[in-house]
Write a protein that binds this ligand. Structure first.
Ligand code: F6P
Length: 341
């Protein structure tokens, strides 16, 4: 078989580990051939390919990013997009695709699979918000990066008697904020699932200063105050209709300074959370996903994605990737609240 591989959406540490595992097992065990499609769905849409052989994947296991490149191109929004993909696959002799991506990329994979394109999906997102899988690779790395940043913020905050706000990624789900905030001993964690009360946040800040500690506030980029408390600006939309976020940390610093009279500064971790080498956990998870994905293709089990359930890798329908977002449950947030203030 000749199999195309693509990576779509925001990049994520561990993508290269998946590609390597797919190719190593696909060639070494099954004798398949591979072709890389560049920049997510743009590759098959425009017929933009690159060679993908065992030699291409040598040494990429610890490398962040993706050797295939990524984009947020949505072929479903492009006139004749599906036909162009089908034509390019047929002309390139590509029998099946492995699509590595999050909700959006796998949503396209699902629609194409319903239109007779042979696809297997691999879930990825640093946000860990896909309900079909217990964990996505990239999340552990992002949490480690954010935790290290929080550890560093603690010491400089203490020296200057400031409140420091650490803004982390997490559009709809606060998993990174929750885990990094807990691991880093944050004094308040604010997540999209739970609109925050700015008066309460300021009380936590003040109670910290009273005991001569400097507060660290961890905020997910998608967190927002209860209605009417603070005016926030709306951002631009991408091809999948998502608002470009960022800015809640700055708003918080401004409000905290205004309300408490204490100096407050913000650090936005942004894409640092997505770059660089994956953690050992993510390398292993990504590798196991890749091995299972090529098994699924070899078995002709299309329209599926691989997922982690407990410690097992299983196959579920591609629709599971998009059916429900995994958000932070109230009970998990409550655990973290014990340490607030
Ligand atoms: O979906 C993953 C994610 O990391 C989100 O947390 C974040 O909002 C988004 O990607 C930002 O991605 P980009 O800057 O690449 O559009």
């Amino acid at each position: 078989m000749r199999i195309g591989v693509l990576t779509g959406g925001g990049d994520c540490p561990g993508l290269n580990a998946v590609i390597r595992a797919v190719v190593r097992k696909g060639v070494g065990v099954y004798g398949h051939e591979f072709v890389g499609f560049r920049d997510g769905w743009r590759g098959p849409l425009e017929g933009d390919t690159m060679p993908l052989e065992v030699s291409t994947v040598r040494g990429i296991l610890p490398r962040g990013g993706t050797i295939l490149g990524s984009s947020r191109t949505n072929p479903m929004k492009i006139e004749g997009g599906v036909d162009r993909i089908k034509k390019n696959l047929a002309e390139g002799g590509v029998d099946a695709l492995i699509a590595i991506g999050g909700e959006d990329t796998l949503g396209v994979a699902k629609q194409l699979s319903e239109l007779d394109v042979k696809v297997v999906g691999v879930p990825k997102t640093i946000d860990n918000d896909l309900n079909a899988t217990d964990y996505t690779f990239g999340f552990d790395t992002a949490v480690n990066i954010a935790t290290e940043a929080i550890d560093r913020l603690h010491t400089t905050a203490e020296s200057h008697h400031r409140a420091l706000i650490c803004e982390v990624m997490g559009r709809h789900a606060g998993w990174i904020a929750l885990h990094a905030g807990m691991a880093g001993g944050a004094n308040v964690i604010l997540i999209p699932e739970k609109p925050f009360d700015i008066d309460r946040v300021c009380e936590y800040v003040e109670s910290r200063f009273k005991i001569r500690y400097s507060p660290i506030i961890v905020v997910a980029e998608g967190a927002h105050p209860i209605e009417g408390q603070m005016a926030l600006q709306a951002g631009e939309l991408d091809a999948f209709g998502h608002v470009r976020l960022g800015g809640i940390g700055e708003h918080l610093a401004h409000e905290i300074e205004k309300r408490t009279g204490k100096e407050a500064r913000t650090t936005v971790l942004g894409h640092i959370q997505r770059g660089g080498t994956p953690s050992a956990f993510d390398r292993v998870l990504a590798t196991r996903f890749g091995l299972q994905a090529i098994d699924a293709v070899h078995d002709g089990d299309f329209g599926k994605m691989v997922a982690l359930r407990g410690t097992d890798i299983v196959r579920v329908g591609l629709d599971a990737a998009t059916s429900e977002l995994k958000t932070v449950p109230e009970s998990r947030y409550k655990e973290s609240e014990v340490f607030f203030g």
